[in-house]
Design a protein around this ligand. Structure first.
Ligand SMILES: Cc1cc2nc3c(=O)[nH]c(=O)nc-3n(C[C@H](O)[C@H](O)[C@H](O)COP(=O)(O)OP(=O)(O)OC[C@H]3O[C@@H](n4cnc5c(N)ncnc54)[C@H](O)[C@@H]3O)c2cc1C
Length: 360
């Protein structure tokens, strides 16, 4: 019989957690021919389902270091994956461009310097006389908004992406278990993942993509990994469209740190907050609409039609995300408190490369 190393694509890999990171890893590894099992008890209630799906890659201002490298790789991989996934959902796409705006003169100067230093034709300063700024100033009744446009950044609909990945995984007959893993242990050269119902799932490797709960499954004496919860909230607001034309606004933009997505003539989404909490804030309307000195009337009178939130995990004492080979056959890929959607392709590629080198 051939050994695992001789026949590595026959290896069985268990992925714990079916958020965007678990699902993307399952996609990458299934395409490489591995046998994959993905395990999650409540995949519809995770932070991935709450994400707004903005892909802020090129507009990231630090153009070196690990964080930029992951972004750069993801920016390159996304178009390939979109083309691939369109076989399962022809409507999946990245809506471009992405606009970042500020009313703070100092922050604007930084943006100007960033664009000047980088000389990237896909990034441009938006001055007051640009049509985007004129429309935004008119709608928000302001005079002092300025910013930049990134023609190659944009937004993917996170829910549509998750559903498409689910469809792909079903098509590939990837094994999906609706179970909670309460313990993992190594027995000889195999890993055993034990469910709450005491079912034991054997595999050659385990990838931990289960956010905050990943630390419960690893030996805290050997691995000093700490994660803390970060709350993200968003809401959909209905407005009186006689007062403003939401469709005159860009498809997605950010003003003073708040992400804004007009959905139709009378609906827009605003998100998200970052707080070290697990309890959604009741005063979400104030929190999310307080991004200008004075709110326009139509926004002040807006009615919340939907609110939602997600709890993400932020590494303590080390940068996000955590991608480590913990032991032979055990990888952790988690701690995406921000940008999990953006970074999923690059991080899955990293995991796949680790697995290939472990098994070869
Ligand atoms: C309001 C909001 C807006 C956001 N906007 C953006 C954005 O615009 N762009 C962007 O890139 N990112 C955005 N994010 C961040 C993004 O959502 C996260 O970075 C990403 O979803 C993290 O994905 P994940 O797979 O690591 O975690 P999760 O989606 O939380 O998935 C973890 C999964 O692990 C499962 N699990 C836990 N314990 C176990 C166990 N013991 N056994 C089995 N399964 C287990 C859980 O059930 C869960 O399904 C936003 C987040 C929020 C909340």
């Amino acid at each position: 019989m051939k050994s695992l190393k001789e026949n590595f694509q026959k290896a069985h890999i268990v992925i714990i957690g079916a958020g965007i990171i678990g699902k993307f890893n399952a996609l990458e590894l299934s395409e490489l021919g591995f046998q994959v099992t993905i395990i999650d008890p409540t995949q519809l209630q995770n932070s991935s389902n709450a994400a707004l799906g903005l892909l802020m890659g090129n507009m990231y201002q630090k153009r070196r270091g690990r964080s930029w490298d992951l972004r750069k790789q993801s920016i390159e991989l996304w178009p390939q994956w979109i083309t691939f996934l369109q076989k399962f959902n022809c409507e999946l796409n990245i809506q471009k461009p992405l606009i970042q705006l500020t009313t703070n003169e100092e922050k604007f100067k930084k943006l100007e310097k960033f664009i000047y230093d980088n000389n990237d034709l896909n990034l441009q300063i938006l001055e007051r006389d640009s049509i985007f700024i004129k429309n935004i100033n008119k709608a928000f009744q302001t005079k002092n908004i300025k910013g930049m446009i990134s023609y190659e950044d944009g937004r993917i609909d996170a829910l549509s992406l998750l559903k498409t990945l689910h469809k792909y995984l079903k098509h590939k007959k990837v094994n999906f278990l609706e179970e909670e893993i309460i313990k993992i242990k190594k027995s000889k050269s195999q890993w055993i993942s034990i469910t709450k119902n005491n079912e034991k799932i054997k595999s050659d490797m385990v990838i931990l993509c289960n956010s905050l709960k990943a630390v419960d499954l690893i030996d805290s004496l050997s691995h000093d990994i700490k994660l803390k919860p970060v709350l993200g909230q968003a809401m959909e607001i209905d407005i009186n469209y006689a007062e403003v034309d939401l469709l005159s606004l860009p498809k997605q933009f950010n003003i003073n740190g708040k992400n804004i997505i007009p959905k139709s003539r009378n609906k827009l989404i605003i998100g998200s907050t970052d707080e070290y909490s697990t309890k959604p804030d009741e005063n979400i309307f104030e929190k999310l609409t307080n991004f200008l000195d004075k709110k326009p009337n139509w926004l002040m009178k807006g009615k919340i039609s939907k609110t939602w939130f997600g709890i993400r995990s932020r590494p303590v004492g080390e940068p996000s995300p955590i991608m480590k080979n913990l032991e032979d056959g055990l990888i952790i890929c988690t701690g995406f408190y921000k940008n999990g959607i953006l970074l999923a392709p690059a991080c899955s590629k990293w995991v796949a490369n680790e697995i290939k080198s472990y098994l070869s």
